[in-house]
Design a protein around this ligand. Structure first.
Ligand SMILES: [Zn+2]
Length: 263
């Protein structure tokens, strides 16, 4: 029995927190890749084993519990206070064990002199940025300290099946709406903003992006109560919200990578 419970726990642990899901994270990387400058792209490709950063979109989810990478497991979410501020004081008060914004800022600081680092260090920080820019914008990856520290992990029913609200935003919403889409379909459908719009969407710094996104995403907790039965109407009403967060992540990831590698 104990063995069964252990296996069940491991299965549940392995399934938790996958943010936008495989397709969503791949779409973010794909959108970003289409907005890299030629020089940034060429410099990034010098460090990668594959011809596309899409390959690394969910690398952090795959490795977060593997030997040597356990320290990254709490990097997939971030914390804000009641005024939507992401500060060291908020993180300390909330007892956060890790934070996506801190991890992103660390990677940016390190990669600002990427040509002085060894190749494997550059690559791992590219992998962190490719994934965490997405997680930063995933609605249920924000701890709202002190009022809402659940990351939406409360039960709801979806088409009559028990799930939890977190999982709905971790890919279920996107997957259910566009069952047969791959990441390139998402890029094709969503990456249609003008240069002026993209410039506005990417103004600011990672911490400002996270705070702005956290403020907007707080609303998702006004849309449901624990135990609610959700169905097609929920998807119809809120999938565009998830899609906007996704394309925003892609543009902002491109901005970060261009700033680091187009030189
Ligand atoms: Zn993640």
């Amino acid at each position: 029995m104990k063995r069964f419970i252990l296996i069940l726990f491991l299965l549940l642990a392995a399934r938790e927190i996958r943010a936008f899901g495989l397709a969503g994270h791949a779409a973010i990387a794909c959108i970003a890749e289409h907005h890299l400058t030629p020089r940034a792209r060429a410099n990034i490709m010098r460090y990668t084993d594959h011809r596309s950063i899409v390959y690394y979109a969910s690398w952090m989810d795959e490795w977060r519990r593997s030997k040597g990478y356990e320290f990254t497991t709490h990097w997939h979410a971030g914390t804000v206070d009641a005024e939507f501020r992401s500060t060291p004081a908020v993180r300390e008060a909330s007892g956060a064990k890790g934070d996506c914004v801190v991890a992103v800022e660390q990677s940016i600081a390190l990669l600002s002199e990427y040509d002085k680092l060894d190749d494997s260090t550059v690559l791992v920080h590219i992998k962190y940025l490719v994934h965490l820019l997405g997680d930063m914008h995933c609605p249920t990856h924000v701890y709202y300290y002190p009022d809402n520290m659940t990351l939406g992990k409360f039960p709801v029913k979806l088409h009559g099946v028990e799930t939890n609200y977190h999982k709905i935003w971790d890919g279920q919403l996107l997957d259910s709406r566009h069952k047969f889409w791959g990441f390139q379909d998402y890029r094709h459908a969503l990456d249609n903003y003008t240069d002026e719009e993209i410039a506005r969407m990417t103004e600011g710094t990672p911490v400002e992006w996270f705070e702005e996104s956290a403020r907007r995403c707080r609303e998702i907790y006004d849309w449901v109560q624990p135990g609610d039965e959700l169905g097609q109407e929920f998807y119809n009403a809120h999938a565009p919200f998830a899609e906007y967060q996704l394309v925003l992540s892609g543009y902002r990831l491109a901005k970060v990578l261009n700033a680091l590698f187009d030189r």
